[in-house]
Design a protein around this ligand. Structure first.
Ligand SMILES: C[S@@+](CC[C@H](N)C(=O)[O-])C[C@H]1O[C@@H](n2cnc3c(N)ncnc32)[C@H](O)[C@@H]1O
Length: 250
């Protein structure tokens, strides 16, 4: 896939098929231009475009969505805060649209992701397959049932990521069979009530969970051009969810 950005409108076009001309309202980009190494091309309507190869971030712009997704500002912080790397073996639920899954797939050694709603499962599965990750296994199952299975054939994980509304119900079933001591557990929760309940649960006597951090991430985009440099309006206060970072003590 290539990306063509119009210099006239700043519209971004995601061009999947490079074997044919690409038609858009700003003219036609011809196959010979799309297949060339040129980064500056001009459409049949005389509009100039910047052209480059797509990255994962570009692919996700075109991915189908079924459930609310996690956006890059949160994914990036989760990955760095948990030191995610090529040794990480991740258990994830729910898969949702597979946005978090496909981001983590590019970093981790292995991912096992579970989704209990069939339509979401199908969407996430397709997105994972389209990105071609062979280190990622998705199953249509409730994660709490999976954790209670006696012979589940799952590895011992180094990290658990939960983007679902009731993480406590899941954490009740986690044992040292599932995750290593000191392993990271991250819960993604949009409301303060959920955060309160989770922190209370983790603060009980003999809890297996240490609350390492409760945070949110913010990113501030700037408009930089020849006329002025300033923060973009309305973007700086966008709230998505709280990030609760736990460590497993068992
Ligand atoms: C907000 S979505 C996850 C979005 C995903 N992180 C992404 O970036 O595309 C939450 C998903 O969790 C699923 N879910 C909720 N409870 C679950 C459970 N116990 N087991 C498996 N999936 C669950 C829901 O069906 C929903 O699809």
């Amino acid at each position: 896939m290539k990306v063509a950005v119009s210099q006239k409108t700043n519209n971004w076009y995601y061009i999947k098929n490079l074997e044919q001309d690409y038609h858009c309202k700003e003219g036609i980009l011809e196959i010979s231009q799309l297949q060339s190494n040129s980064s500056k091309i001009t459409s049949t309507k005389g509009v100039e475009f910047t052209l480059f190869n797509a990255s994962h971030h570009d692919y996700i712009q075109k991915m189908k969505r079924s459930a609310q997704i996690i956006i890059p500002k949160d994914l990036g912080y989760i990955a760095s805060r948990t030191s995610m790397n090529k040794e990480t073996i991740l258990l994830e639920a729910g898969s949702g649209s597979g946005f978090a899954t496909t981001f983590f797939s590019g970093i981790c050694k292995e991912i096992y992701t579970f989704e209990r709603i069939e339509s979401h499962f199908e969407c996430a599965k397709k997105n994972i397959e389209q990105r071609g990750f062979s280190n990622t296994t998705i199953q249509l199952k409730d994660i709490s049932e999976v954790l209670q299975e006696k012979n589940s054939n799952l590895p011992q994980f180094s990290m658990i990521f939960l983007d679902l509304p009731e993480p406590i119900e899941i954490l009740k079933h986690v044992t040292s069979k599932h995750i290593i001591n000191g392993g990271h557990i991250v819960c993604y929760l949009p409301s303060t009530r959920q955060v309160d309940q989770l922190v209370d649960f983790c603060s009980q006597e003999n809890s297996q969970y240490f609350v390492e951090e409760v945070s949110e991430s913010q990113i501030r985009n700037w408009r930089v051009n020849s006329k002025s440099n300033r923060p973009e309006h309305h973007k700086e206060c966008d709230f998505t969810a709280f990030l609760i970072f736990l460590r497993y003590l068992g």
